[in-house]
Write a protein that binds this ligand. Structure first.
Ligand code: SAM
Length: 291
């Protein structure tokens, strides 16, 4: 099964097929755009040198284990890394890494980056591409199923999969260290809304939107703030609740950073496991511990 959307129902299977058709249609559009020089896709086979002809050349739209291969346009790769605010200190993992372009671009920015790709031919191609780009030491590739891969070492996760796969991954993503950035090409994550969304218009005709999520700290429950109870109700990065009897407003998490307003006073702080602390505007420092 190639574009398997794991659903037992015939309706879901029909949806998967429709989506696959849509992906293939878009893939054809990409290939056409490529032929007219509109995007940085692999060169047409006819234009390749004799040496390149011996190499494996993937076809846009070819089958993959859970999703077909369609490369992310380079302008969107750049945007995805910009949105994640990557630095050379970050370790990046691309789930379903295709020809390696996201991993290689990250390595060119000084990151240690790893691609997880089920197709061994794509893995070999990625390794050659990384060597050619001079980043073979920082860009590594593993032939593996992304569902059987340990994600815990990554500071940044990138992916161009499907919404159904993103949702299946979601519980594992939410267990990653707070502050881990997850960036997806085009596909969403169910009711976990993105923290940011941007679309590129230059040199991109399809799959041009990047979505960023920042894994939120876990703060659901009761906290003691100087003898008062802060009740927090958490829905991913969004918060509601009350301090004593006063409702909090405009409350959310950005990884381990928390902010909310009570009685017109803006509280900002940092969550550190079972404690949090920060500043209340015009009021000085505040701190809380799990009640
Ligand atoms: C849409 S392509 C994206 C490629 C690359 N990330 C990019 O943005 O250019 C999806 C890739 O995921 C790979 N893939 C599909 N199912 C997979 C799985 N279960 N584990 C690892 N890779 C998988 C496919 O072979 C394909 O290369």
């Amino acid at each position: 099964m190639q574009i398997a959307i794991p659903s037992p129902s015939a309706r879901a299977r029909t949806g998967a097929l429709r989506f696959r058709q849509a992906m293939l249609a878009s893939a054809m559009a990409l290939a056409l755009a490529c032929a007219f020089g509109a995007s940085a896709q692999p060169a047409p086979k006819a234009a390749q040198t004799a040496e390149q002809k011996k190499e494996y050349v993937p076809d846009v739209g070819q089958d993959g284990k859970d999703v077909i291969w369609v490369p992310t346009p380079q302008t969107l790769v750049d945007k995805m890394l910009d949105m994640a605010k990557v630095t050379p200190k970050d370790r990046l993992m691309d789930l379903g890494s295709g020809d390696g372009r996201t991993v290689i671009t990250a390595a060119q920015r000084g990151l240690r980056a790893q691609g997880i790709e089920y197709n061994p031919d794509l893995v070999e191609l990625s390794r050659r591409n990384a060597e050619r780009a001079g980043v073979g030491d920082r860009a590594t590739f593993v032939t593996a199923d992304l569902f059987a891969t340990d994600l815990s070492k990554a500071d940044v996760i990138t992916m161009f999969l499907l919404s159904t796969i993103n949702e299946k991954l979601r519980p594992r993503l939410l267990e990653l260290a707070p502050g881990t950035r997850v960036v997806s090409n085009t596909f969403r994550m169910g009711d976990w809304e993105p923290d940011a969304e941007e679309t590129v218009t230059q040199d991109c005709s399809t799959y041009c939107t990047a979505l960023l999520w920042i894994v939120p700290a876990k703060v659901q429950g009761k906290w003691d703030v100087g003898g008062q109870t802060l009740q927090l109700d958490q829905h991913y990065q969004k918060l509601s609740g009350r301090l004593g009897s006063v409702p909090i407003s405009d409350a959310r998490l950005n990884g381990t950073e928390i902010a909310f307003t009570v009685n017109g006073v803006r509280y900002q702080g940092h969550v550190n496991g079972r404690t949090m602390s920060g500043q209340a505007a015009g009021q000085g420092n505040w701190s809380a511990k799990r009640a």
